[in-house]
Every structure is written in structure tokens, then in C-alpha cells.
Design a protein around this ligand. Structure first.
Ligand code: HEC
Ligand code: HEC
Length: 290
């Protein structure tokens, strides 16, 4: 074929020698700038293979003389972060809990850490904003079952309520109906008395004196003679219109008939000490801390 090469008369460029039905293929050379760029790229690529990871091998890849690895870089960054965090968490773990709220830097750290841990561990029961739900107390208000002082909040979080932990808060609302301590009619009467304690309307014809007597005989030991509750026993204040389970007649009857006994898990075995402290500070500073 090469013997058919010739110089094209029109363009002045040589032909390749290929010809189809009288049409000849020109052999136009690539522009010099293009060729030089192309060779430069090849040289660059070879240099890149030598320096950086490039080719897969049977069991891994060529690492290049720099041994660069983005995964190793992330590991180094994470280790640095853990070190910084670790130092701060040590400060949090070693500071006495009452001092944390006095130190603005520690307080900010505890609140941030507490907020994150609350979302992970507590929000399923107490709600994301800690506003609670039926049976799960609101932690924003200043109405406390077991006390709202920092040490009391810490104790509740560490050991829980009826959680099985040896130091947990114990004692619960009795099942007066189920255990036959009170008759259904007496339960209705005392339920109305409980409503009257917080100024709620009572059923027509309800006997207030009988209600007061049932309350004094059966309930005052835990809820107090005035119904204002007892934080040593976790017995709620029944006069403040704030309800854990509900203040309508039917719910109070259910509470007195079947008892309650909500369980708050113990956290000291599940979370590290610094996190539990941070949670106590977070809850305490939500608004209702005492
Ligand atoms: C499985 C559900 C559940 C989870 C999870 C839970 N709690 Fe509770 N918590 C309860 C219940 C129920 C009570 C009320 C117990 C009672 O009846 O006395 C309570 C009570 C409390 C109290 C006492 C409130 C008061 O008025 O004295 C605090 C403080 C508290 N929880 C904080 C937390 C924190 C912090 C977490 C996360 C580490 C958490 N809780 C996770 C169910 C839960
Ligand atoms: C042994 C102590 C004890 C006695 C006695 C007791 N309670 Fe309770 N009561 C509690 C505790 C603790 C709670 C908190 C709920 C729980 O058990 O989780 C509670 C809760 C309640 C609640 C729910 C309040 C709410 O906010 O929803 C009502 C209502 C109540 N008690 C009424 C009574 C009445 C009425 C009596 C007497 C017939 C009585 N209690 C006797 C300990 C007691």
C-alpha cells in the first residue's frame, strides 16, 4: 500500500495510501502542541504511579513511594480529636458535680455532651425536648418526683427508679383495687377527693368528708396529709395540676385500682461517669433545677 502514498495536490499533505472509490485518506500530522501535551501527560502519569498508590495487585495495591492513604490521614485526625476530647472529658469526670455549673467552660461542655447523650438515651421515653409523656415525667418543669437538686437528679440518673439497681429509688403507688384494700365505690370517692385537691370539678353527689377520710387513712402516708407529695418516696404532689399519668376521674381511678410503678433505667453501668454527670447538669439546667 505504501507505494500508493503521494502528496495531495490540493492540501499539500501526504496521503496514507488508503483509497476508497477514488477518495484518498490524508495523513495530516497531529499539531505539535497537542503531541507535546500528550507526551507530558504520559510522563506525569508514570511519575504519579511511582509516587502515589496506583495499580491493583493480587493482594492489595502499589502504595507508591509516599505511601499516601486518605484512610490513614483520617485515622490520625480522629486520634487527635479523641485526645482533645479525652482531656476535656477527664476534666468533666474529675470535677465535683457542684463545681461544673460554676465553671462556664465546663458547663458548656457538660451541656453539649449532655444534650447529645440525652438524644441518644433518654429521648425515647422523655421526649426530644424532655417534655415527657404519659408516665414519663417532664424534666423541664420544677415539679419533681424524686427531687430537682443537682445531686438528686444525678442519683436518679445513676441508679434509676425501680430499675433493679441496688441503689435505685423504690416504692410505688399501690394497687388498692386489685389488692382489695379499697372497694370500687371508695376508689371513686377518693379519686374525686384527689381532683378537689387541685381545684378540679368533682362528680355530683360525691361525699367530700368520706373522701378526705379514705385519703387520710390510705394515701397520706405517702402523698402527705395535704396531698403535696413526698420526694423521699417519689409520691407526686396531687395538688399542683401537673399529672404524670392524668388527672381525669377515669385515669385516677385506674391509678388507684391497679397501681403504677413506672421504671426509669439505671445509667451508671451503661454510660461512663463523665456522661452521666453531663446528663445531670443538662437536665438540671433545663429550667426546673432547684
Ligand atoms: C425506659 C424509659 C426511660 C428512659 C430511657 C429514661 N427514663 Fe428517666 N424516667 C422514666 C420514668 C418512667 C420515670 C418516672 C419514674 C417514677 O415513676 O418515679 C423517669 C424519671 C426520671 C427522672 C426523675 C424525674 C423527677 O421528677 O424526679 C429523671 C431526672 C430522669 N428520668 C432522667 C432521665 C435521663 C437523663 C435519661 C437518659 C439517660 C432517662 N431518664 C431515660 C423513664 C425513662
Ligand atoms: C406506698 C406509697 C403510696 C401510697 C400509700 C399511695 N400512693 Fe399514690 N403514688 C405513689 C407513687 C410512688 C406514685 C408515683 C407513680 C408510680 O408509682 O410510678 C403515686 C402516684 C399516684 C397518682 C398519679 C399521679 C399523677 O400525676 O398521675 C395518684 C392519682 C395517686 N398516687 C393517688 C393515690 C391515692 C388516692 C392513694 C390512696 C388511696 C395513694 N395514691 C396512695 C405512692 C403511694
Amino acid at each position: 500500500m505504501s507505494e500508493n502514498k503521494e502528496i495531495d495536490a490540493v492540501s499539500g499533505t501526504s496521503t496514507t495510501g488508503h483509497e476508497w472509490d477514488g477518495i484518498k485518506e490524508l495523513n495530516t500530522p497531529l499539531p505539535r502542541w497537542w503531541l507535546l501535551t500528550f507526551y507530558a501527560c504520559i510522563i506525569w502519569a508514570i511519575g504519579y504511579w511511582v509516587v502515589y498508590p496506583a495499580w491493583p495487585t493480587v493482594s492489595g495495591y502499589t502504595t507508591g513511594i509516599l505511601h499516601y492513604s486518605s484512610r490513614a490521614n483520617v485515622a490520625v485526625d480522629l486520634a487527635d480529636l479523641e485526645k482533645i476530647r479525652g482531656e476535656k472529658m477527664v476534666a468533666l469526670a474529675s470535677a465535683p458535680i457542684v463545681d461544673i455549673e460554676k465553671d462556664p467552660a465546663l458547663l458548656a461542655l457538660a451541656r453539649a455532651r449532655g444534650k447529645a447523650a440525652f438524644g441518644d438515651n433518654c429521648a425515647p421515653c422523655h421526649g426530644t425536648g424532655a417534655a415527657g409523656a404519659k408516665g414519663f415525667p417532664n424534666l423541664n418543669d420544677d415539679d419533681w418526683l424524686w427531687g430537682g437538686k443537682l445531686e438528686q437528679v444525678l442519683q436518679t440518673i445513676q441508679h434509676g427508679v425501680r430499675s433493679g439497681d441496688p441503689k435505685a429509688h423504690e416504692g410505688a403507688m399501690l394497687a388498692f383495687g386489685q389488692q382489695g384494700i379499697l372497694k370500687p365505690a371508695e376508689i371513686v370517692t377518693v379519686a374525686n377527693y384527689v381532683r378537689s385537691l387541685s381545684g378540679l370539678p368533682t362528680a355530683a353527689g360525691y361525699d367530700k368528708a368520706a373522701g378526705a377520710k379514705i385519703f387520710a387513712d390510705n394515701c397520706a402516708a405517702c402523698h402527705g396529709a395535704d396531698g403535696k407529695g413526698n420526694q423521699d418516696l417519689g409520691a407526686p404532689n396531687l395538688t399542683d395540676k401537673i399529672w404524670l399519668y392524668g388527672g381525669d376521674e377515669a385515669t385516677i381511678i385506674e391509678t388507684v385500682t391497679n397501681g403504677r410503678g413506672g421504671v426509669m433505667p439505671a445509667w451508671s453501668a451503661r454510660l461512663d461517669g463523665a456522661t452521666v454527670k453531663a446528663l445531670a447538669v443538662y437536665v438540671h439546667t433545663l429550667g426546673g433545677g432547684q
